[in-house]
Ligand binder design. Structure first.
Ligand code: CU
Length: 182
């Protein structure tokens, strides 16, 4: 270090200015600043007649504070809701949630058969290979935009659920699906 005393002083001044600027509530520049990282967002392609769709993604909370996904919006759907699947006897059904907790330091995966972002009243079809923008609303981090790609990642999970099959047909393939998501 051969910096003069003076230049070190001004460096320190610059740094404190920067800290000041950062703490002064600059509008959200990037999701990373909120501790949330939204990743791997995708939707299944659906026939043009489908009224509703779903979006899946992975949310990392790198921050020190818990957050909560409470809703969202998109120009591809009239309404965006947070949904989960629960067992109702032998049948799996969707339920709307007030919000999905994203605990500090954890990763929450939205995936077929589990938590998902529900797209109600599709305004255009979910076509393989296309993309759309989804805005997710978090209690702490506010609105966060993510690009969702429409791609077919295999229909095994969804058909399994929709047909209400039980796990007792020796279809190990489906059980593997369930275990890989977390
Ligand atoms: Cu749903």
């Amino acid at each position: 270090m051969n910096m003069s005393f003076k230049s070190r002083r001004s460096m320190a001044a610059l740094l404190s200015l920067l800290v000041l600027a950062l703490s002064a509530g600059i509008p959200r520049l990037a999701t990373a600043m909120d501790g949330l990282m939204l990743d791997d967002a995708w939707s299944r392609p659906l026939p043009p007649t489908a009224a509703n769709g779903a979006a899946y993604l992975v949310i990392h909370n790198h921050g020190a504070h818990a957050d909560r996904l409470v809703g969202g919006s998109s120009d591809i759907a009239e309404r965006v809701e947070v949904h989960d699947h629960v067992m109702d006897g032998d049948l799996m059904k969707m339920v709307r949630l007030e919000g999905a907790d994203i605990p500090a330091g954890e990763v929450v995966t939205f995936k077929p058969h589990g938590l998902h972002v529900m797209l109600l009243g599709l305004t255009r079809p979910l076509v393989e290979g296309e993309q759309y923008t989804l805005t997710l609303e978090f209690e702490q981090a506010g609105n966060q935009e993510i690009t969702v790609v429409v791609e077919d990642r295999g229909m095994g999970d969804m058909q399994h659920g929709e047909h209400g099959e039980h796990g007792d047909h020796g279809e190990k393939k489906h059980e593997e699906h369930g275990g890989t998501g977390s």
